[in-house]
Design a protein around this ligand. Structure first.
Ligand code: DX5
Ligand code: ZN
Length: 232
């Protein structure tokens, strides 16, 4: 992956039809998705259970772009190898998920995957301030993780701006996740986010039988974000 700060729209397949994940992925990619965002949850770190490495491996052949895996599991360390073998391009762990974040990031990079850190809303950027060289992406949560369809938290805009300032010209993506839609996309893009995860705002109203809706939803997000980014 060559690095640049262009806007990437990353549909979260949490809002897709789980009975047809392969076809859903092919549909959103054909309709303009830049990355595919995958949300494993363990029923312990967050109050929901979703998918594990076997499902990630099963969907891998359908992903032609970039598979962005957001682990909402604690501890994450015992599963890193399995998600890497399953084909994750980016493995993002929560800073809150274990006591030795730097070791975890080293373990991710050792597999050949890119390493990301997700910060819950109450977790300060200071957690990662001194280890920026060890990471490829910062995921600023704009909801409490666990479920799609929640409302964006406007207080996170300051945190996004601070994260963008903190990374400077380092090759580190700023990703946002939770409540991103055409109204909030311009706000996060202007604040400095360049990877926008969106579940409901991409899959809403569409289906594999009607993929054009996905295309319109993705285009609306991209247009809103790119106009704001250009104005910022
Ligand atoms: C929730 C997940 C998100 C989720 C976002 O914990 O991390 O990726 O799918 O859903 P929306 O875009 O509907 O807020
Ligand atoms: Zn996510």
């Amino acid at each position: 992956m060559s690095f640049d700060r262009s806007i990437r729209i990353a549909p979260s397949i949490l809002s897709a039809d789980f009975a047809s994940l392969g076809a859903e992925i092919r549909a959103v990619e054909a309709e303009g998705a830049d990355w595919i965002h995958v949300d494993p949850m363990d029923g312990h770190f967050v109050p929901n259970l979703t998918i594990g490495p076997n499902v990630v491996a099963a969907i891998r052949p359908h992903v032609r772009t970039f598979m962005d895996v957001h682990l909402m599991i604690a501890p994450a360390d015992p599963y890193i190898e399995a998600f890497a073998k399953a084909g994750a391009d980016m493995i993002t762990v929560h800073a809150e998920a274990g006591p030795h974040l730097h070791r975890t990031l080293q373990a991710i990079r050792a597999t050949g995957a890119k390493a990301g850190v997700a910060l819950n809303m109450t977790t300060p950027l200071a957690q990662i301030e001194h280890i920026l060289d060890a990471l490829d992406l910062i995921l600023i949560m704009t909801i409490n993780p666990g479920f799609g369809g929640q409302k964006f938290t406007h207080g996170m805009l300051d945190k996004i701006r601070a994260a963008r300032a903190m990374v400077g010209d380092r090759p580190i993506h700023i990703e946002v996740d939770g409540g991103i839609d055409p109204l909030t996309a311009p706000l996060v893009a202007a604040a400095g986010a360049n990877v926008l995860v969106a579940g409901s705002a991409v899959f809403r109203g569409g289906s594999i039988a009607e993929p054009g809706v996905y295309g319109r939803n993705i285009a609306a997000l991209r247009m809103a974000a790119e106009n704001a980014g250009a104005a910022a």
